[in-house]
Design a protein around this ligand. Structure first.
Ligand code: ADE
Ligand code: ZN
Length: 334
């Protein structure tokens, strides 16, 4: 199974670039930018990565992102992730970035996007990886701040495919961002949102009905509401599920109780993703392996999950066709 997972070409639809910041690179960038970080060794960093909830993690994640200053820092961060894509056979990825994590610290929007864009072009040339960008609004900040971010993004509109909503979910429901999502859709951005990771099923309803999302990030808690499950199936919305993240943030007690198989059995188009792999202990193959082993997923389940990721990506129809042919080729050769 491990070899099969690794041999399959994959798409990743839920990845925060700031969450792919490995401690080794964080030390290197902190040093060259002469920024103090509260850890002396890589081991100390790894020990700090023990989370009891989403907020616990977010505090450490934002502190880590604080060492990113220059365009090259964002370039190096993204190239390190693309290298992992190459190693994990991820041929298409849709990368979330949080502009406000940086603009709030005085880093210009253009510094962030230019670094990411240069890496995107180099990764395409070096490894043939296709990628799209999802600009995510931080939900613990105001809607006004999200509007400011939308405005800053407009000169770079052609580089950005989609808008998302992330950060502290509880107490920050999708409705808070109704107007900015409406405006983002008018600008041509495809809406997605984190919902039902920690927050209740009601937040998933809001993401669908009010933000008009094309995909739901996480969405695990939809299983608490059968009508919602039916709605997700009817609307043909995919869920970007993140098994190791769910385990590390304690949304799942043990992997054997992870809801992925239940979601598939209910007819939901679930996909597997790594979320913040530097913090949660693994990239795409590790996520597939962990959940396959714990839930005893079959080869057919794995093929379904991989095909879902391509089918529900924001790639063009031609790209999707070519990706799916590649999957079928590997399946028939294996
Ligand atoms: N930002 C980065 N990772 C996140 C997650 N899993 N949930 C919400 N916001 C995030
Ligand atoms: Zn996420």
């Amino acid at each position: 199974m491990k070899d099969f997972i690794s041999a399959l070409p994959k798409a990743e639809l839920h990845l925060h670039i700031e969450g792919s910041f490995e401690p080794e690179l964080m030390f290197e960038i902190a040093q060259r930018n002469q920024i103090e970080i509260p850890y002396k060794t890589i081991d100390e960093v790894k020990k700090a990565y023990q989370f009891s909830c989403l907020q616990d993690f977010l505090d450490i994640y934002y502190a880590g992102a604080g060492v990113l200053i220059h365009e090259k820092d964002f370039y190096d961060l993204a190239m390190a992730y693309y290298q992992k894509c190459y190693e994990n056979n991820v041929i298409h990825t849709e990368i979330m970035f949080d502009p406000q994590t940086h603009t709030e610290r005085g880093i210009a929007f253009e510094t962030v996007i230019n670094g990411l864009q240069k890496a995107r072009l180099d990764a395409k040339e070096k490894w043939g990886i296709n990628s799209l960008f999802i600009m995510s609004y931080l939900r613990h900040l105001s809607e006004e701040s999200a509007f400011e971010t939308l405005k800053q993004s407009l000169p770079y509109k052609d580089l950005i495919t989609s808008v998302g909503l992330d950060s502290s979910e509880m107490g920050n429901p999708p409705t808070k961002f109704k107007n900015v999502f409406e405006a983002s859709i008018k600008e041509g951005y495809i809406p997605v949102a984190h919902a039902g990771e920690e927050g209740p099923a009601e937040y998933i309803w809001e993401a669908i009905d009010i933000l008009k999302v094309a995909r739901i990030d996480h969405g695990n808690r939809c299983l608490e509401d059968e009508n919602l499950v039916q709605e997700i199936v009817k609307k043909d919305l995919a869920l970007t599920v993140c098994p190791l993240s769910n385990l590390e943030l304690r949304n799942t007690d043990v992997m054997t109780k992870h809801p992925l198989k239940k979601l598939l059995d209910k007819g939901i188009k679930a996909t597997v993703n790594s979320d913040d792999p530097a913090y949660f202990g693994g990239y795409m193959n590790a996520n597939f392996e962990a959940v396959q082993e714990a839930l005893k997923l079959s080869k057919e389940d794995i093929i379904t999950l991989v095909k879902n990721s391509f089918n529900y990506s924001f790639a063009t129809d031609d790209q999707k066709k070519s990706y799916l042919e590649k999957v079928d080729q590997i399946v028939s050769d294996f």
